[in-house]
Design a protein around this ligand. Structure first.
Ligand SMILES: *[C@@H]1O[C@H](CO)[C@@H](O)[C@H](O)[C@H]1NC(C)=O
Ligand SMILES: *[C@@H]1O[C@H](CO)[C@@H](O)[C@H](O)[C@H]1NC(C)=O
Ligand SMILES: *[C@@H]1O[C@H](CO)[C@@H](O)[C@H](O)[C@H]1NC(C)=O
Ligand SMILES: *[C@@H]1O[C@H](CO)[C@@H](O)[C@H](O)[C@H]1NC(C)=O
Ligand SMILES: *[C@@H]1O[C@H](CO)[C@@H](O)[C@H](O)[C@H]1NC(C)=O
Length: 635
């Protein structure tokens, strides 16, 4: 360590002695190639930064999380802008409420944090489709992340809205954005299309000016660096605790012989997939490697510092050997937990940072209070197939062959495909997806009786029985689009024909489900006791909606919802879609419920879509701590 500290001092001295010769204007931020560092207001500057995604944290907690990052001693945060979160419908951009990026930047600025902005357009981030809007897939065979004319046109339209908003927030214009990343780990993508990167560079320069520090981030391999870097964009690397940092920074040096060393994503933890072990990264290891990098004078961004949650349908997925969807929690084993609480890892990191810069005095803000509200017993509202008038108000689309979600222009959630059995099936008859075209799970019923399920890459055949003319219902769940690699054109729904025995099933009626819309307008709680039949207490198998109320007790503290012995589904509380649960697979067992969502005076409305099987007790439990590490079943 002593040698390291001396080295660190030497690096800073080199920068300091140089600064006298340079123009040192206020509000300047640049790269000092001669002395291998950043210059802020003409002085050497090293950032110690952490990633936080506003799209994964409710707006009312933004300030709390930022303050905790500041009190750890960070001087910057790194922020992704998810395009699909802002432009859900093509041509209609939303920057209000939880999507108010400028409010987030303002809070960071008030807190004293600089910003490293990562506007994509592709961001990966384990976010649905890597941040790309699914409506891009309406052009068949579009080559995403390339110079494909339609892709580039959509990107240009988006960036011509986003980047002008960001321009006043640049540090050089009086804001707090010091650097801006172009694309994300582009070198790891198969296309390696320099024309695309040149087009992005031209757009970023046009909207952000010539003086803004633009950079790229790539994985620590020669191929990644070769395809991901471009002249005029400062090349940085990303790597975690198991990498040899000398070798990694040597690689950055081969592409950027002069300038600051930068690790743009130093992994403090890792993501979880359904059906895989919960991943943790040792706090001592994180703090040791962080100290080594800071000693070298490197600039480091910790990915993640605060992970948050994949609310709603926003989780991404990987597709290497098989499709693996990312869990709802994005806790990431990060220094701040999913609920924004300081962990042991945070304090270990703070102890490291203290050795390199003065950290703010005063106590770390405490964890937000948690409350175990206890059990709530739900009741059955009805089977999905019996509720279509309410949850699928649009006219069903008739089609000989199944249409994808994208063709139906419903990009997320659930869709029901209905046809009839073409003949009597007195013996169990295989229902087959020969081309693996169920994206991603199919819940199959005949005349409302659940028969089983198909799952992408793992279950391609199941048996059905029934009589000619019986209704065959196939509810398809989109589990989140692939966010990384060459398979990001991830169409959803039934993307190829299903066979019953040797026959292709045809003559579909396709019902796009808008459960979120129904819930937003008050259903099913507003309905109970009125038009619909009295809710029943008994569970049944297959896709069923349940409801219940958590009585107010004057508190609106954070809590964690456990659906013990439930199987798989989606939960809403007071209209907010909390995300997917799947305790039967794990490892995540509880969903984070942000306290301010709960009413202190009115009954809190819980709605559950259980896709497979509810337990007889129909109870859910609000606990005061999360449970993210119980793997139940291997797929
Ligand atoms: C924009 O986003 C906010 C917050 O996420 C949401 O409340 C609002 O309904 C959205 N507006 C539109 C027009 O979709
Ligand atoms: C950011 O904060 C600084 C210091 O408090 C302030 O002078 C500046 O006006 C703020 N910038 C913006 C864009 O709000
Ligand atoms: C890292 O790599 C360097 C250069 O190849 C080597 O000298 C050093 O021993 C390695 N360090 C560790 C901890 O393996
Ligand atoms: C379907 O039923 C047949 C006949 O009963 C049986 O041999 C086969 O194992 C079943 N297949 C599946 C996937 O359950
Ligand atoms: C629960 O739903 C009812 C009926 O839609 C509504 O009147 C009430 O305000 C809701 N409660 C909360 C806390 O939103």
């Amino acid at each position: 360590m002593a040698v390291g500290v001396l080295l660190f001092v030497a690096v800073i001295l080199a920068c300091l002695s140089a600064s006298g010769n340079l123009v040192s204007g206020e509000n300047s931020f640049s790269i000092d190639y001669k002395n291998n560092c950043f210059l802020k207001d003409g002085k050497p500057f090293q950032y110690i930064s952490g990633s936080i995604h506003y799209s994964r944290i409710p707006r009312y907690y933004w300030k709390d999380r930022l303050l905790k990052m500041y009190m750890t001693g960070l001087n910057a945060i790194q922020v992704y802008v998810p395009w699909n979160f802002h432009e859900v419908v093509q041509g209609v951009q939303n920057f209000t409420g939880d999507r108010d990026l400028e409010h987030f930047l303002d809070l960071a600025n008030q807190t004293g944090l600089l910003v490293i902005l990562r506007p994509g357009p592709y961001i990966c981030a384990e976010w649905e489709m890597g941040g790309l809007p699914a409506w891009l897939l309406q052009k068949p065979n579009i080559v995403l992340r390339s110079a494909d004319a339609d892709y580039v046109q959509a990107v240009s339209n988006w960036l011509s809205v986003l980047l002008p908003k960001m321009r006043p927030w640049l540090y050089i214009n009086g804001g707090n954005i010091i650097t801006v990343q172009v694309e994300n780990e582009y070198g790891s993508y198969f296309a390696c299309d320099y024309n695309y990167m040149r087009h992005l560079r031209a757009l970023f320069r046009f909207f952000l000016g010539e003086d803004t520090v633009l950079f790229t981030t790539d994985g620590n391999t020669d191929k990644d660096m070769k395809c991901g870097t471009l002249e005029g964009l400062y090349a940085t690397v990303d790597f975690g605790t198991d990498t040899n940092i000398t070798k990694a920074f040597d690689r950055q040096r081969r592409f950027e012989p002069q300038g600051p060393l930068v690790n743009s994503e130093f992994y403090t933890g890792w993501l979880d997939h359904w059906g895989d072990q919960h991943v943790v990264v040792d706090a001592q290891k994180v703090s040791r490697v962080l100290a080594e990098m800071l000693t070298l004078g490197a600039n480091v961004n910790m990915y993640m510092f605060e992970g948050g949650s994949n609310f709603g349908y926003w989780n991404g997925a990987d597709h290497d050997t098989r499709f693996r969807s990312v869990v709802t929690s994005y806790d990431y084993d990060a220094p701040l937990s999913e609920a924004g609480d300081p962990t042991e890892k945070l304090f270990a990191i703070r102890d490291v940072i203290k050795q390199f810069r003065d950290i703010p005095s005063g106590p770390m803000p405490p964890a937000t209070p948690k409350f175990a509200y206890g059990f709530v017993t739900l009741k059955k509202v009805g089977k999905v197939s019996d509720l279509l008038n309410t949850i699928s108000p649009a006219v069903p689309v008739k089609s000989q062959h199944p249409l994808t979600f994208e063709e139906m222009k419903q990009n997320y959630g659930f869709m029901l495909y209905r046809t009839t059995l073409p003949q009597d099936l007195s013996e169990p008859t295989p229902l087959i997806s020969p081309l693996n075209g169920v994206h991603d799970r199919a819940y199959v019923s005949v005349n409302g009786v659940f028969q089983g399920l198909l799952e992408r890459d793992t279950v391609l055949v199941m048996n059905v029985t029934g009589q000619q003319g019986d209704t065959l219902d196939i509810l398809i769940e989109n589990m989140g689009r692939v966010n990384f690699g060459s398979k990001i054109n991830d169409y959803k729904g039934l993307v190829s024909n299903l066979f019953l025995g040797k026959d292709i099933l045809t003559d579909w009626q396709i019902y796009p489900l808008d459960i979120d819309g129904a819930i937003t307008s008050g259903w099913p709680h507003s309905d109970s006791g009125k038009s619909s039949p009295a809710p029943q207490k008994d569970p049944s198998v297959g896709p069923v909606i349940y409801m219940g109320t958590l009585q107010p007790n004057g508190l609106s503290w954070d809590t964690f919802l456990k659906l013990n012995e439930w199987t798989k589904g989606q939960v809403w509380i007071n209209g907010m879609n909390l995300g997917r649960y799947w305790p039967a697979r794990g490892p995540q067992q509880t969903l984070y419920v942000p306290g301010p969502l709960l009413s202190t005076t009115q009954p809190n409305n819980i709605t559950v879509l259980e896709l497979e099987r509810a337990p007889a007790h129909l109870r859910v439990l609000f606990m005061d701590r999360p449970q993210l590490n119980v793997l139940a079943e291997k797929p």
